[in-house]
Design a protein around this ligand. Structure first.
Ligand code: UD1
Ligand code: UDP
Length: 371
């Protein structure tokens, strides 16, 4: 019997974290052949994930440039994908989420008339410019995709409202599958800067920030709020693995370098990151992935954005939208650091994003589609 050839396409750190468990699950199915192409829209941050999960991509477009623009990512990845699809001749292309790689992967497959499966489908803010360009990327992929793998019921409902009812599956988010393989009680950190942390004595605030729509004034305000929190709470340690984007590096270092209780450290490998999160007191972030991971570890999250496409953990009480205004971030962080009741009300583990079996459900849906 001919095996169904599935080509998974990804390019950035979060896509890799959420797609590699699926690539590996597909490879365990006799009826499927699992191939993988990376655009390498991220280079070092992607390679770190490939290494941890021991995955060697079948195709690597190696497109990353310093300070790359949306135009160059899109153009280089699209042209590169033409050759990959001609060589691999897949029966199905899988893309993940909402990055430029995601959109281009889906568009390239459409040009080759190959069906597309969209993993992490149906997330929406309904604000075209926030997150930018992700909201438009995922909308466009929903138009192209044949199979839609939605993490939650609300994501399914979003697609239904847009008239997409065929090929829609509620699977949970594959990030929870990944998290279950990385977090361990006796974990020893690889990054030396983390080994000196005394989680019992100091409350650790884990920080990340990278979104394009936060570039400029919002990011200035966020960093300024972080500096003030560090000054007001000497018993707190801010640990901030800084994204390699030069814009983020420059802004973070200008505000936070040299502060006694702030550790600006390189991006962490995903196992270090998940275990750091599991031991932290609080998470301040504009990341999408962290909003999904921290709730399942029972860690309160303040989201440094005006909106979120992940309202489930907000409804469950573990995540709050802090926005990007300095005074709002300060007020909400101070509350969680000084009011035990307010902290306890948020610090409970919830799993709205999955049960760790998303990859198996997606594989089963793919087999069903081709049967
Ligand atoms: C991209 C995605 C965003 C996702 C984020 C995850 C787009 C438009 N944006 O944003 O949706 O949330 O990844 O982190 O698809 N860089 C390196 N090494 C790396 C990675 C990045 O040096 O390993 C630097 C490069 O200078 C690069 C810059 O960071 O030009 C920005 O990377 P890019 O992928 O364009 O944007 P992100 O902000 O990472
Ligand atoms: N992450 C990581 N190392 C870091 C920062 C983040 O492994 O130094 C992981 C994080 O746990 C999550 C994913 O990367 O799984 C989120 O990536 P990012 O915030 O870059 O992108 P987003 O989720 O916002 O698209």
């Amino acid at each position: 019997m001919k095996r169904i050839k599935v080509l998974s396409v990804f390019g950035t750190r979060p896509e890799a974290i959420k797609m590699i468990p699926l690539v590996q699950e597909l490879a365990r199915h006799d009826g499927l052949e699992s191939l993988c192409a990376v655009t390498a829209q991220h280079r070092q941050m992607l390679d770190s994930v490939l290494e941890i999960f021991s995955l060697k991509p079948d195709y690597d477009l190696n497109i990353m440039e310093p300070r790359q623009s949306l135009y160059t990512i899109t153009a280089k990845a699209l042209t590169g994908m033409e050759g990959v699809l001609e060589a691999a001749k897949p029966d199905l292309v899988l893309v993940h989420g909402d990055t430029s790689t995601t959109f281009v992967g889906a568009l390239a497959a459409f040009y080759a008339k190959i069906p597309v499966g969209h993993v992490e489908a149906g997330l929406r803010t309904y604000d075209k410019y926030s997150p930018f360009p992700e909201e438009m990327n995922r909308n466009l992929v929903s138009r192209i995709a044949t199979l839609h793998f939605c993490p939650t019921e609300a994501n399914v409902a979003n697609l239904r409202r847009e008239g997409i009812t065929e090929g829609v599956y509620q699977t949970g988010n594959t990030v929870i599958d990944a998290l279950q393989t990385t977090v361990k009680a006796d974990y020893a950190f690889v990054e030396p800067a983390l080994n000196g942390l005394d989680f019992g004595r100091k409350r650790v605030i884990l920080v990340t920030c990278h979104r394009r729509e936060n570039y400029g004034q919002p990011m200035e305000d966020i960093m300024s709020a972080l500096a003030q929190i560090a000054g007001e709470f000497p018993d707190v340690e801010l640990v901030y693995p800084v994204h390699l984007s030069p814009v983020v590096q420059e802004t973070a270092r200008r505000h936070l370098d040299g502060l006694a209780n702030v550790r600006l450290i390189p991006p962490l490998d995903v196992a270090d990151m998940h275990n750091l999160m599991a031991r932290s007191y609080l998470v301040l972030t504009d990341s999408g992935g962290l909003q999904e991971e921290a709730p399942s570890l029972g860690k309160p999250v303040l989201v440094l954005r005006r909106e979120t496409e992940r309202p489930e953990a907000v409804a469950a009480g573990t995540v709050k939208l802090a926005g990007t205004k300095k005074e709002d971030i300060l007020a909400m962080t101070r509350e969680l650091l000084t009011d035990e009741g307010a902290y306890a009300a948020m610090a409970h583990a919830v799993n709205p994003y999955g049960d760790g079996h998303a990859c198996a459900r997606i594989a089963a849906a793919i087999e069903e589609y081709f049967s």
